[in-house]
Design a protein around this ligand. Structure first.
Ligand code: SR1
Length: 340
């Protein structure tokens, strides 16, 4: 019975991707277009929501989306791109990764006539459009809020790992903000990227906060890191002494931010599902032969604890309804592309 059901379900899926979209340019008018999403990281709220958004947009486009999960393994990501090339995909979305291990294999895909879109990894190639979240604005929104609430002078902790394009861009803004406000002093820097970033960050943050009791602000511009700092503050009983300013948001984050006594007071974020959808739309537009800007931007929104509590907002769905510019993006759209 289970086998029969699975077979029927796969037939339904195959039929719907094979159907094509009336009025769409080739090859989308015929359906069955294969697009690969090759990732460097898959664990964490942002990456899960990004994938869900990419899948929803692919379904709406009747695209046969091939997903390659990220395990922070540069050579595996390279092999996955080779595999996607051999599968005969029409486009590859490369999501994060280390530029030096991807540039030649991305060029190999282009040489094979495959369109390539990069999300949050700078492949330094004029033929590869780049999707990003305006990371400078994202960091600026969070830091302006920190200055508004704490004044232009405070001792800060900072969570950062170099080598990831979005974090590097947010770091440029952090450096600019410190240079413009000499009273803001970075007392400690922590950072880790792994499958359990929040827990690993919590361990580092506990040591950092014990060593630097003068810290009153923590800038953690990735929600996994912010969750780790919050865990540390809760465990050390310091939640009323230090405020967290972050990047990113998820339904789980909203619960942490709005919880009574939470030190996580603001985040600047896009809806990651929207970013996933934009990445797939960009790939589809490239395959259709239409023009794309070189940089495709999804703009972030500042979300403060006070406004979230006041608006009784607890889920991403509620945020989408409350802030239309958060729930959708006009980036990489075309008349023939259905909404996800
Ligand atoms: C390790 S890089 C983490 C960031 O990637 C995405 O841009 C998310 O915004 C997240 O903060």
């Amino acid at each position: 019975m289970k086998i029969l059901l699975t077979t029927v379900l796969s037939l339904i899926c195959a039929t719907s991707v094979a159907a094509g979209i009336a009025g769409a340019p080739p090859p989308f008018d015929k359906g069955g277009v294969k697009i690969a999403l090759v990732r460097y990281l898959s664990a964490g709220d942002f990456f899960e929501a990004y994938e869900a958004g990419a899948e929803a947009q692919a379904r709406a486009l009747r695209v046969d989306l091939r997903l390659f999960p990220g395990r922070q393994n540069a050579s595996e990501q390279r092999s996955q791109i080779e595999e996607a090339i051999n599968l005969g995909v029409k486009a590859i979305v490369i999501d994060h990764g280390l530029p030096e291990s991807l540039q030649d294999v991305a060029q190999k895909a282009l040489d094979a006539g495959i369109k390539v879109i990069a999300f949050d990894v700078d492949l330094n190639n004029a033929k590869i459009p780049q999707v990003e979240q305006n990371d400078h604005a994202l960091a600026r929104l969070a830091l302006d809020q920190a200055i508004k609430e704490n004044g232009p002078g405070f001792k800060a902790g900072y969570a950062y790992v170099a080598g990831f394009a979005p974090l590097d861009r947010r770091d440029q803004t952090w450096r600019e903000v410190k240079a413009a406000n000499p009273g803001i002093v970075e007392r400690v820097r922590i950072g880790v990227v792994n499958d359990t970033t929040a827990i690993s960050t919590a361990d580092q943050a506990k040591a950092a906060l014990r060593a630097h009791p003068e810290i009153t602000v923590f800038f953690a511009p990735w929600d996994e890191a912010a969750r780790g700092v919050k865990l540390a503050l809760d465990e050390l009983g310091l939640s009323d002494k230090v405020k967290i300013y972050s990047g990113d948001v998820s339904t789980a984050d909203l619960a942490e931010i709005t919880a009574p006594g939470s030190p996580w007071v603001a985040t600047a974020a896009t809806n990651p599902a929207v970013v996933g959808a934009v990445s797939i739309r960009a790939a589809a537009i490239a395959v259709s032969g239409q023009d794309l800007p070189h940089v495709i931007v999804v703009q972030p929104t500042l979300l403060t604890q006070a406004e979230l509590r006041q608006g009784n907002i607890h889920t991403i769905k509620q945020l989408n309804a409350k802030i239309p510019s958060f729930g959708q993006s006009s980036a990489a759209t075309a008349r023939w592309i259905p909404a996800e």
